[in-house]
Write a protein that binds this ligand. Structure first.
Ligand code: P6P
Length: 340
C-alpha cells in the first residue's frame, strides 16, 4: 500500500508482511542499507573538497584500480551490516572472497546473505558523473547456526528475496524490490529522510534509447552489430537515440523511467562481457522483471543462469521488453555466440 509522501521507514512497516519469510530481519536489513546509503551519499557529495577522490593505490580482485570512495563505500556498507548482525555473510566486488559474519555466534543464526557492488561506476567520481550502489539479498541455503558457505552466495538470481540500487545523481534515490513490484525513494538531504517518490515503477514496454559503449563496436558479436545498425537505420521517423553514461546504475535508472535497453555484450576484448552476474546483473535483472522489463545474456534469462564463481562475468541485455526481444532476434541468428 503506497500513501503519498510515505517515508521509507513507513513503507517498510506497512509492507513488512509482504516480504517473503517476513520475520522483521529483512526489514532491518533494508533499514541498514538505508543508513549506509545516507552516509555514502554524504561522502560522495563532498568528494573533491576532501581527499577521497582518485585511486586508493590498490587493485581489486577484478584487476581494477580501486578508487578511494570504492574502499570507503565498501567499508561503510560492510560495517553497517556487521554491526546490526543481520546477515551471516557478505559478498562484494571489492572483496576477493566472501566475508563470514560471525559475531557472538548470533550472526550465524541470521537467515540472509547480501552481495553488493558498493560503488559502481566509481571511476566517474573525479569527473562529477553519477555513481551507484547495487545490492542483492538471498536467504541462506546452509543450516542456520553454521558458518556461511560459498553455496549461500552461488544461488540463481531467481532465488533473490530482495534487490536494489542507490543512484547518487542530481538527487539520491533508493530503488528496490522484495518481489512485489519496484518502488523508488528519494532522499531529502535537509532532513536525511527517504520519501516514496516513484511508486510501482514500470519500465515502458517500448523504448527508443540504446545504451552501449560503441567504442567497442568492432569487437562486438555480429548479432549486436546488426541490432545497432537496425536501431540506426530504422526507417519510421528515426525513433532511436544513443545514451551511454558509463555508470550502469544511471543508465539503468534512466531506462526504468523512460524506457530503453542497456547492453554490455561479450567482445573479443572481453569474452565474457564485463558486468558481474551476482552483484550487478542479477539484482538489476530482478528489478527489471519486477518492473515489467526483461534481462538476458542475449540468449538466456539472466535470473536462470547457474552461478559458478563469486565474481563471474556475463553478457547483459536489459530494459524494455520489446527492445531486448528485438536484440535477441539478431543474436539468435548467430548461435555460435551463445557460448561464452
Ligand atoms: P566501459 C562501471 O565500471 C561499469 O561496471 C558500469 O557501471 C558501466 O556501465 C560499465 O562498467 C562501463 O564500462 O567498458 O564502457 O567503460
Amino acid at each position: 500500500m503506497n500513501k503519498t509522501h510515505m517515508t521509507l521507514g513507513e513503507y517498510i512497516i506497512d509492507n513488512q508482511n509482504h516480504f517473503k519469510y517476513s520475520s522483521g530481519e529483512l526489514s532491518r536489513l533494508i533499514n541498514s542499507i538505508r543508513l549506509a546509503a545516507k552516509v555514502v551519499n554524504h561522502e560522495i557529495r563532498k568528494a573533491g573538497l576532501v581527499d577521497i577522490t582518485g585511486a586508493s593505490g590498490d587493485i581489486n580482485v577484478q584487476g581494477e584500480t580501486q578508487q578511494k570512495l570504492d574502499v570507503l563505500a565498501n567499508d561503510l556498507f560492510k560495517q553497517t551490516l556487521i554491526n546490526r548482525e543481520i546477515v551471516c555473510g557478505i559478498g562484494s566486488e571489492e572483496e576477493d572472497d566472501f566475508i563470514v559474519v560471525e559475531g557472538k555466534n548470533k550472526a550465524n543464526d541470521n537467515k540472509y546473505v547480501l552481495l553488493m557492488d558498493p560503488l559502481d561506476g566509481s571511476s566517474n567520481i573525479d569527473v562529477n558523473v553519477s555513481v551507484g550502489t547495487i545490492f542483492s539479498i538471498y536467504r541462506r541455503v546452509s543450516p542456520e547456526g553454521t558458518r556461511v558457505t560459498k553455496e549461500d552466495f552461488l544461488q540463481k538470481g531467481s532465488e533473490q528475496v530482495a534487490a536494489g540500487y542507490v543512484a547518487y545523481g542530481t538527487s539520491t534515490i533508493l530503488v528496490f524490490t522484495t518481489g512485489n513490484g519496484v518502488n523508488g525513494f528519494t532522499l531529502n538531504p535537509a532532513i536525511g529522510t527517504f520519501y516514496l517518490s516513484h511508486p510501482n515503477i514500470q519500465i515502458p514496454k517500448k523504448g527508443s534509447i540504446y545504451s552501449i559503449n560503441e567504442g567497442n563496436y568492432v569487437h562486438f558479436p555480429q548479432g549486436v552489430k546488426e541490432y545497432l545498425k537496425f536501431c540506426q537505420e530504422e526507417k519510421e521517423n528515426r525513433p532511436y537515440t544513443s545514451r551511454y553514461i558509463g555508470s550502469l546504475v544511471s543508465d539503468f535508472h534512466r531506462n526504468m523511467i523512460k524506457g530503453g535497453i542497456y547492453m554490455y555484450p561479450t567482445s573479443t576484448i572481453g569474452p565474457k562481457g564485463k558486468l558481474r552476474l551476482l552483484y550487478e546483473c542479477n539484482p538489476m535483472a530482478f528489478i527489471a522483471e519486477q518492473a515489467g522489463g526483461k534481462a538476458t545474456d542475449g540468449y538466456r534469462r539472466i535470473l536462470d543462469l547457474e552461478p559458478t564463481e563469486l565474481h563471474q562475468r556475463v553478457p547483459f541485455f536489459c530494459g524494455s521488453t520489446d527492445m531486448v526481444e528485438k536484440a535477441e532476434e539478431f543474436m539468435a541468428k548467430h548461435p555460435e555466440d551463445a557460448n561464452y
